[in-house]
Design a protein around this ligand. Structure first.
Ligand SMILES: NC(=O)N[C@@H](CC(=O)O)C(=O)O
Ligand SMILES: [Zn+2]
Ligand SMILES: [Zn+2]
Length: 345
């Protein structure tokens, strides 16, 4: 197999940042994807429909000439997010979800909530109107081992939440464990999950390959090989519950190569090439199209894209860095070669 043609895909989990940083990375996503769910963890976070409208406009203005890329916006859940605001979000037509950042769990999560009890009326309204709840699923209790935080979240938060609101649409974002894959498979149709390229392609050994590797550090952190295999099995099964979400999360090089480096892996420069490699390795290249192009829009209740993109088997070298505003960002597989390339780029 030397080429793969699929319906134009979308990225259901993306960090674009803002300003000059955004302008640097946006073209990578816009050339591969028709739409992307844009995460709201800016500083300050995108907490209202009005802020989401302004952010959306800044993205549209920064797009390369002729691009028809559509940003799908999200609101950052704080204790101040009211039931009325989520109704306005749904009515806006451009906000597609509300994002949970457990306070302290990840990059720019300080404004997040400590628990869900205080926001139940808002979540109840979301369940009523069918607005998806996008979840960074890790507990933040420092007593819980960092590699166990996702599995603990299922028991401590996900199960009780879905018992209370069984119809709430939930996207378990960037799943990393066998337990999360199994939980999503066994849950109702209202529960889906995004899977990143890094969690399909690497296990936690990649964090220490020949020395400490800050560019392989993201949250949730890479897990053991058995978990990577479980994710590969889940996406190769063809289940409609799993869809493409890169979690491409650019950070300036100097903020990762430091004593306390930021969490986040940049993958937008070659997102489809990474997924093609993963699906081929899983023996399921025929399952890539639904994962990348059908399951996400079907879950969100949005139309599937028309048109196609083609990946060709052609080796190319990933640059050692890309410009990122005034700085640089080191991409996944920097300086290495990839075997798939998007045709026409
Ligand atoms: N995934 C990451 O490691 N980082 C993300 C935040 C997130 O998705 O948790 C970021 O915004 O940098
Ligand atoms: Zn996250
Ligand atoms: Zn993310």
């Amino acid at each position: 197999m030397n080429s793969l043609t699929i319906t134009r895909p979308d990225d259901w989990h993306l960090h674009l940042r803002d300003g000059a940083l955004m302008a640097s990375v946006l073209p990578h996503t816009a050339r591969e994807f028709a739409r992307a769910i844009v995460m709201p963890n800016l500083k300050p976070p995108v907490t209202t429909v009005a802020l989401a409208a302004e952010y959306r406009q800044r993205i549209l203005t920064a797009l390369p000439e002729g691009s028809d890329f559509q940003p799908l916006m999200t609101l950052y859940l704080t204790s101040g997010l009211t039931p009325d605001e989520v109704v306005r979000a749904r009515d806006s037509g451009f906000v597609q979800g509300v994002k949970l950042y457990p306070a302290g769990a990840t990059t720019n999560s300080e404004a997040g909530v400590a628990g869900l009890d205080g926001v139940m009326p808002t979540l109840e309204r979301m369940a009523e109107i069918g607005l998806p709840f996008l979840v960074h699923g890790e507990v933040t209790d420092p007593a819980v081992d960092v590699f166990d935080r996702e599995a603990a979240f299922i028991e401590c938060v996900m199960v009780p939440l879905l018992q209370r609101l069984p119809t709430l649409k939930v996207v378990f974002e960037h799943i990393t464990t066998r337990q999360a894959a199994q939980f999503v498979l066994e849950a109702g149709d209202n529960v889906g999950a995004t899977v990143t390229p890094q969690h399909l392609l690497m296990n936690r050994n990649a964090l220490f390959q020949g020395g400490i590797r800050p560019h392989h550090y993201c949250l949730p952190v890479l897990k053991r090989e058995e978990h990577r295999r479980a994710l590969m099995t889940a996406v190769a099964s063809g289940s409609r519950k799993f869809f493409l979400g890169t979690d491409s999360a650019p950070h300036a090089q100097h903020t990762k190569e430091t004593a306390c480096g930021c969490a986040g892996i940049y993958s937008a420069h070659a997102a489809l090439a990474f997924y093609a490699e993963a699906f081929e390795a899983a023996g399921a290249p025929d399952k890539l199209e639904a994962f990348a192009s059908f399951n996400g829009p079907d879950f969100y209740g949005l139309p599937r894209n028309t048109g196609t993109v083609t990946l060709v088997r052609e080796s190319w070298a990933v640059p050692t860095s890309y410009p990122f505003g005034e700085h640089d960002v080191v991409p996944l597989r920097a300086g290495e070669s990839l075997s798939w390339r998007l045709a026409g780029q």
